[in-house]
Each structure stands twice: as structure tokens, then as C-alpha cells.
Design a protein around this ligand. Structure first.
Ligand code: GSH
Length: 215
């Protein structure tokens, strides 16, 4: 059985949603192991040695014993296990490239910028003001959501990759939830906001969100 190490309001939301989809479609459950980051459980020698060497969440212990340590890798890996390409386009089809691109864009170009906004101290070199780093991250994150908005406007679909939802939408919706100003988000990037709202209504995502909110 897969084991997901997760914590509320973190990058474990989309991976959990996809595990929920796997459970729903195949009956294959997973173990959700909550990591109390406020209590520092992600920094214990055991967690660092056996789960994640950087002490972050999420992490996924797979059935073959390998532990995946990147949210995007977990999302991609589990989505490929969901039957009938329900959350991931076929490898041979023309949508696969865009699908991979959006998840990796989310994890490298958006997630990392949020970390500069929310964990500013860890991302500030000595001698530089933390406020300056957070301010620059704020500018960068707006540019990046504008890229997603433009893509949705260009093809006119509610979802990023195809006419129905993929793991890329769930992943980007998770990131959209982290924006600090909901009103600004809705006003500035209405299509992304609509995609986020629609993603939260997908049953697997709604269940994962409920678990995360109950936290
Ligand atoms: N690149 C990693 C980033 C993971 C990450 O930074 N997770 C945050 C929560 S969203 C975390 O665990 N922070 C705890 C800490 O760094 O102390 C991924 O995509 O999984």
C-alpha cells in the first residue's frame, strides 16, 4: 500500500487527491500519515533519514519501497496508475507534453516562488533584507499566474490540457489556493480562478481538501 506523508495546507493536497482517485477507481487504498510540522516532526532524525532528506512534505512511500520526495513526481506517478487515463493523457497522445509541462511549471516556477514568500528567511542570503525577497517573489508570482491565465484564454477550455480534468489542473489548483489575496486572484486571473473552483468540485479533490481543512 502507498503511504503518503502529508501535512495540512501543504503540497500534499494534489498528491492526496490523486491517491483518492486511485482508491475510488481501483479500490486500492493508501495510508495517510500526518506529519505535524508545527511540532517539528519533519525535522526528526528518523524523518530525515527514512522519509525525506530535506525534511519537507509531501513524500510518498511507494509499494516497491522507493520513497518519492517531490510533489510533482508523486502526482505524475500516481496519476499514471489511475485507470483509463482518467487523470493523465496517454503517453502517445499529443496532450502529454502540455500535461508534463504544466505540472513541472507548477512545481518549479510557482511552488518555489511561494516558498520565497512564505518561508522567506530560508531563502534570504545574508545581508539582504527579507522584505525585498518577499516583494520580488510577489512580483514573480503574479507574472507566473498571468502565464497560466493567458494559456487558458488562448485555448478557451476550462481545463489546462484537455476537455476534462487532469492531474495538472489539480496540481495548479492546489497552488492557486495558496495565493494570499483571494479577491486579487479572482480579479486578476479569472480563468485560473474558475479552474481552481472547478477542480475543488472534482470528488477526489473535494475529499482531499476536506481532509486537509480538517487537518
Ligand atoms: N519541491 C518540494 C517542496 C516541498 C516543500 O517545500 N514543502 C513545504 C510545505 S508546502 C515544507 O515541507 N516545508 C517545511 C519546511 O521546509 O520546514 C515539493 O514539490 O514537494
Amino acid at each position: 500500500m502507498h503511504e503518503l506523508f502529508w501535512s495540512p495546507r501543504s503540497g500534499s493536497l494534489a498528491p492526496m487527491a490523486i491517491l483518492e482517485a486511485l482508491k475510488e477507481t481501483t479500490g486500492e487504498g493508501y495510508q495517510a500519515t500526518k506529519v505535524d510540522t508545527k511540532a517539528g516532526e519533519h525535522g526528526t532524525p528518523d524523518y530525515l533519514a527514512n522519509i525525506h532528506p530535506l525534511g519537507t512534505v509531501p513524500a510518498l512511500k511507494t509499494e516497491n519501497g522507493r520513497t518519492l520526495m517531490e510533489s510533482a513526481a508523486i502526482a505524475l506517478y500516481v496519476a499514471d496508475l489511475v485507470p483509463d487515463n482518467a487523470l493523465s493523457p496517454d503517453k502517445t497522445g499529443g496532450q502529454r507534453g502540455a500535461y508534463l509541462d504544466w505540472i513541472i511549471f507548477g512545481s518549479t516556477s510557482i511552488y518555489t516562488v511561494y516558498m520565497r514568500m512564505y518561508q522567506t528567511a530560508q531563502h534570504t542570503p545574508e545581508g539582504i533584507e527579507q522584505n525585498r525577497i518577499a516583494e520580488l517573489a510577489g512580483i514573480m508570482i503574479r507574472d507566473r499566474w498571468a502565464v497560466v491565465e493567458q494559456a487558458l484564454a488562448a485555448h478557451g477550455r476550462p481545463w489546462l490540457v484537455r476537455n476534462d480534468v487532469t492531474a495538472a489542473d489539480l496540481y495548479l489548483a492546489m497552488l492557486a489556493l495558496w495565493y494570499p489575496d483571494e479577491v486579487e486572484f479572482r480579479r486578476s486571473w479569472p480563468r485560473v480562478n474558475a479552474m481552481k473552483a472547478a477542480a475543488l468540485e472534482v470528488p477526489c479533490m473535494a475529499r482531499a481538501q476536506a481532509i486537509h481543512l480538517a487537518g
